[in-house]
Design a binder for this molecule. Structure first.
Ligand SMILES: Nc1nc2c(ncn2[C@@H]2O[C@H](COP(=O)(O)OP(=O)(O)OP(=O)(O)O)[C@@H](O)[C@H]2O)c(=O)[nH]1
Ligand SMILES: [Mg+2]
Length: 623
């Protein structure tokens, strides 16, 4: 017999994924805002008798009538709309105990599907904190379902949930359920929306007493959402974040840099000159090493983002930005996907599945790459370190941090401008309103934070060890051969140099030299590769001593005029993203049309942006 399938279903942000992770040992993304999970995820649940079940985590939904692509997934899984997938044999309905009154309706709807079901009354700790008293035994009687109080993040109530799920599976004649006509049950389940609503209200009135939903949350929000103090607070938080990225990272980055230099020294003294030594010092340590130096900055940036996500602040930021976003025809819903794009555009584009309106969603997908993904941080950081003085301005702000903040801001402004134009042309249509429940505030759990940071750091290092390493290796070969005769620059003479010379024709008008033109190509594989590529290209043309003594930033400072450096930064603010972004755009929009459009418009924006930066700064500097 195949293992039975159990699905976790419930309203957004009720704690389904937290429960899923606790029950299966998975580490799927959990965050304190609705719409985190947008696809079906499966794991294995071990039942008390040692047998196994497949546990499925689903996107949050409000009902079986989907309002957005992610809610559609939930409905389709429940009714078995996917040919290759079995209808779940049992449902664990996850309910946020502090929002029982509004979430019970969905539970009643699910119950009408006629599948064996267990209710996990989650977030009981918060219900207690807010002074609710919930008579869950009475609730079980009213629903005629087992109700288990749980605290997913403290692993409370897990055994009871598993036991109840097993009982539900055992009691049911599974084969009979499997053959039941799920779509017909669905029609019936949705049919009685009004009745469910009334019944939900009646039940909640009977079993919930006391409690002031979210009193603390309301008090904090008075400050955080205030028309004046709200935006000020948001600006302060963002300012601190970018300052910290430079200020706190420096000692760690210096240590990593030191270690790389030390390793280069060892390789040089212990290996004879030749391709192996060349690759190790110029490609691996000079190239990939130049990227790894930015690990501390990535970690700091993510620590900030994770704390903001977990605390519940992110949705408030979305709310504060809503006016601005509505002004360019975006819905407030677009905020979270755009915010995720600061990590990487790929999860950002996936997160647009929680946007109901198709044109709204398409616009958000198209502008997501303009949000500065973390892969661009190394690019910005190396140029800033080389060209922007490490000075304090106005007594408290570090200039490098300010410039970094400015670059992120440019990306956002570019995105808003692009959205505005798109909304008037290609994705014309009415914008949606702001429909998003505000999550309760919570202190982030240290363990979750640590896991989140570790996952990001590890993902970065893995990229360095795979895609960045391979691209750098290829580039090193192309830039090292054929061998140049004495007195001729190796890079100029190499294959990469000749390709670069060809590209330079295109890029010279915006101030780019041959080395930059070479670096842009592998930079398409992953942004950081541009840094690795510059590291490698300049290392190949440096002699041994120079390689050991001079850091990449200093080498760039010697080689580039300031307008070129600024144009290079501007290019990366707008430039078409990596190949993976186009691949995911193709998947989410079902075709090549939109990814090609995306590439083209970003290319034009980057070219014009970099060109304008180059010529204006050249003129301003009197060149
Ligand atoms: N205090 C407390 N917090 C919880 C509990 N369960 C989940 N959380 C928190 O609630 C937030 C939402 O949890 P998720 O597991 O992402 O919720 P979800 O139902 O999967 O949300 P979507 O995927 O957006 O539908 C996170 O910040 C969790 O840390 C709980 O029992 N008690
Ligand atoms: Mg989830």
């Amino acid at each position: 017999m195949t293992a039975p399938v159990v699905a976790l279903v419930g309203n957004p942000n009720a704690g389904k994924t937290s429960l899923f992770n606790a029950l299966t040992g998975a580490r799927q993304k959990v965050a304190n805002y609705p719409g985190v999970t947008v696809e079906r995820k499966a794991g294995t649940l071990t039942l008390p008798d040692g047998s196994r079940a497949e546990l499925i985590d689903l996107p949050g939904a409000h009902s079986l009538e989907p309002r957005s692509p992610d809610e559609e997934v939930t409905r389709d899984v429940l009714v078995g709309a996917y040919a290759h997938e079995r209808v779940p044999d049992a449902i664990i309905a996850v309910v946020d105990a502090t929002n029982l009154a509004s979430q019970l309706r969905f539970v009643l709807e699910l119950k009408a599907l006629g599948r064996p079901m267990v209710v996990a009354l989650n977030m009981m700790d918060l219900a207690e904190r807010d002074g609710f008293f919930i008579d869950y035994e009475a609730l079980a009687r009213e629903l005629a379902l087992p109700v288990i109080p749980t605290v997913a993040v403290r692993r409370r109530g897990l055994e009871a949930v598993i036991a109840a799920a097993r009982d539900a599976l055992n009691a049911a004649e599974i084969s009979a359920i499997r053959s039941a006509d799920a779509p017909a049950m669905l029609v019936e389940a949705i049919g009685d929306m009004r009745g469910h609503q009334r019944q939900a209200r009646d039940i909640a009135a009977k079993v919930v007493s006391g409690g002031d939903a979210n009193q603390m949350t309301r008090q904090i929000d008075r400050l955080v959402l205030h028309p004046v103090s709200g935006p000020v607070l948001l600006a302060v938080i963002l300012f601190l974040m970018f300052q910290a990225v430079f200020a706190w990272a420096t000692p760690f980055a210096d240590a990593i840099e030191g270690a790389i230099g030390w390793a280069q020294g060892i390789v040089m003294t212990s290996l004879p000159a030749g391709p192996v030594r060349g690759f190790l010092t110029e490609g691996l340590l000079g190239g990939v090493g130049a990227v790894i130096v930015f690990l501390p900055q990535i970690v700091i940036l993510f620590a900030f983002i994770l704390v903001l996500e977990q605390s519940g602040y992110m949705t408030r930021a979305a709310f504060l930005m809503d006016r601005l976003m509505a002004g360019v025809g975006l819905s407030g819903r677009a905020f979270i996907p755009l915010l995720s794009s600061f990590a990487c555009a790929i999860p950002g584009i996936m997160a647009t599945r929680s946007i109901a309106d198709p044109k709204d969603r398409l616009t958000t997908i198209l502008i997501a790459p303009l949000m500065t993904c973390s892969a661009r941080l190394p690019v910005y950081a190396v140029i800033i370190a080389a060209f922007i003085p490490d000075r304090t301005v106005g007594g408290l702000a570090n200039m490098q941090g300010l410039v970094l903040f400015g670059l992120y801001a440019f990306g956002v402004v570019g995105a808003l401008a692009a959205a505005w134009v798109l909304r008037l042309t290609v994705t014309k249509g009415a914008g949606g309103g702001f429909l998003m429940e505000m999550p309760k505030y919570q202190l982030p759990a240290i363990r979750d934070l640590a896991i989140g940071i570790w996952q990001r750091a590890w993902a970065f290092l893995r990229r360095a060890g795979t895609i960045i390493l391979v691209s750098t290796m290829v580039l090193w070969v192309f830039a090292s051969y054929p061998k140049a005769p004495d007195g001729v620059s190796q890079v100029d003479y190499s294959i990469a140099g000749r390709i670069g010379a060809g590209l330079e024709v295109v890029f010279a008008p915006i101030g780019f030299n041959k080395e930059i033109s070479i670096a842009l190509v592998p930079g398409m594989a992953a942004r950081e590769v541009a840094v690795a590529a510059l590291g490698t290209v300049y290392a190949i043309d440096a002699d041994d001593e120079e390689l050991l003594e001079v850091e990449l930033a200093d080498r760039l400072r010697g080689a580039w005029p300031l307008p070129t450096a600024l144009a290079f930064l501007a290019w990366f603010v707008f430039a078409p993203q990596c190949i993976s972004t186009f691949a995911v755009t193709r998947r989410e929009t079902n075709g090549w049309r939109w990814p090609i459009f995306m590439f083209s418009y970003l290319f034009v924006m980057a070219y014009l942006g970099a060109g304008a930066t180059y010529w204006i700064s050249k003129w301003a500097l009197g060149g």
